[in-house]
Design a protein around this ligand. Structure first.
Ligand code: SAH
Length: 363
């Protein structure tokens, strides 16, 4: 069965023709999908016979919000999604998004995979292992579904949810193009950010394909040995090679790179670590985003205090490296990637029977 969500307007016009229809039917379907239609019955300007045919031959394969947690303080909303076409129908088919309100517009943190292969030691997404890639329709579905459940428009996305986007490059690229499509959401490239743990071939390809989309690199340590210890990806793409790739990226695109640095108490927040940051990042076209680690009990790591984070930011700034401490969004709601899913799995293990009742309560 064809998944129509995630198709471009051109692809949908072709699909309509393949079904023996006029191309403009494809355009109508495209418009409905982009407005968040979840069933063919909603597409009231299509003849009933065509709607029936579509039901038999195609599907709208996005995702559905099955659980939401709102931080009453800042309005951040963590959403647990379930794919419309689950592989197994188990909680393993769930993934997360975070809806964030900013003065300049609403943003959604999107997942690119169910689970993750990268195995970062402090990250909840790594704990359950890797399940599968999400396709472009399932990524677009997160945006549409988040708009439906929050009632708000999303004008920015960051691919910083579960998964490693450059380990699923083709689908992520298609998703970005769909967001940008003039006839679709017409989202500006500059309102999109992709975050990578450091897959160098992906960074190089991205510089060619999407020079205007923001790039973030999860750095977290500035010694090769230390980074390998908490981020196994560093054993393949070393810190030295990664910083060189980052320099090539900024030379090529003239775009400032964001380095994410999750502050882990005693692990990477000492004065020595700050000196290394200044030494290695000084002079680069970059910005450092300091994020006190969200505690994930299972990993054994704790975050630095916000006071320490601000001290480090000030030292970086004084050394000429732009730095910010990430606003603490949704810390009350298991805001770090993979945490809500982890909670859901733990709850499911105890109360699997109550699941369907719980869904209807929460949405
Ligand atoms: N795989 C990509 C994108 C997903 S993670 C990447 O690694 O960049 C998005 C960011 O959240 C990354 O910087 C990741 O290292 C960070 N992160 C993971 N677990 C975290 C936690 N418990 N607290 C704070 N940041 C975390």
């Amino acid at each position: 069965m064809k998944n129509l969500l995630g198709m471009t307007m051109e692809e949908l016009k072709l699909f309509a023709v393949e079904m023996g229809e006029k191309p403009f039917r494809g355009k109508q379907i495209y418009n409905w999908l982009n407005q968040g239609a979840r069933s063919f019955d909603e597409m009231t300007n299509l003849p009933k016979t065509l709607r029936e045919k579509l039901k038999a031959e195609a599907q709208i394969g996005g995702c559905r919000a099955i659980r939401m947690q709102e931080d009453k303080g800042d309005g951040t909303c963590k959403i647990l999604f379930e794919a419309d076409t689950p592989a197994s129908g188990t909680p393993a088919d769930t993934f997360e998004g975070v809806f964030m309100r900013y003065s300049y517009g609403n943003s959604l943190c999107v997942s690119s995979q169910i689970g993750c292969k990268m195995g970062c030691k402090f990250c909840a997404s790594a704990l359950g292992g890797f399940v599968r890639n999400l396709d472009a329709g399932e990524m677009l579905g997160q945006v549409l579904e988040a708009e439906r459940v929050t009632g708000c428009t999303i004008s920015r996305i960051v691919i910083m949810g579960m998964g490693e986007p450059f380990d699923n490059y083709e689908n992520v690229a298609k998703f970005l193009r769909l967001l940008h499509a003039e006839e679709g959401r017409n989202m500006s490239w500059r309102n999109m950010t992709v975050s990578t743990s450091g897959l160098i071939p992906g960074i190089q390809r991205f510089a060619e394909d999407f020079p205007q989309v923001n790039l973030a690199i999860s750095l977290h340590r500035l010694t090769n040995e230390g980074r390998s210890r908490i981020m196994p990806v560093n054993q393949k793409y070393s810190l030295g090679q990664l910083l060189e790739a980052a320099r090539d990226y900024t030379d090529k695109t003239h775009r400032r790179i964001t380095f994410e640095y999750a502050l882990i108490e005693g692990e990477n927040d000492t004065d020595k670590d700050v000196e290394l940051m200044i030494k290695k990042l000084g002079g680069m076209l970059c910005h450092v985003n300091l994020i006190p680690l969200n505690k994930v009990d299972e990993t054994g790591f704790s975050g630095s205090s916000r006071k320490r984070a601000h001290e480090i930011a000030e030292r970086l700034e004084n050394a000429g490296i732009p730095a910010t401490v990430r606003r603490q969004l949704g810390s009350e709601i298991d805001g770090a990637c993979g945490q809500l899913r982890l909670r859901q799995q733990a709850t499911e293990a105890h109360t699997s029977k109550r699941r369907s009742a719980e869904h209807s309560d929460q949405i």
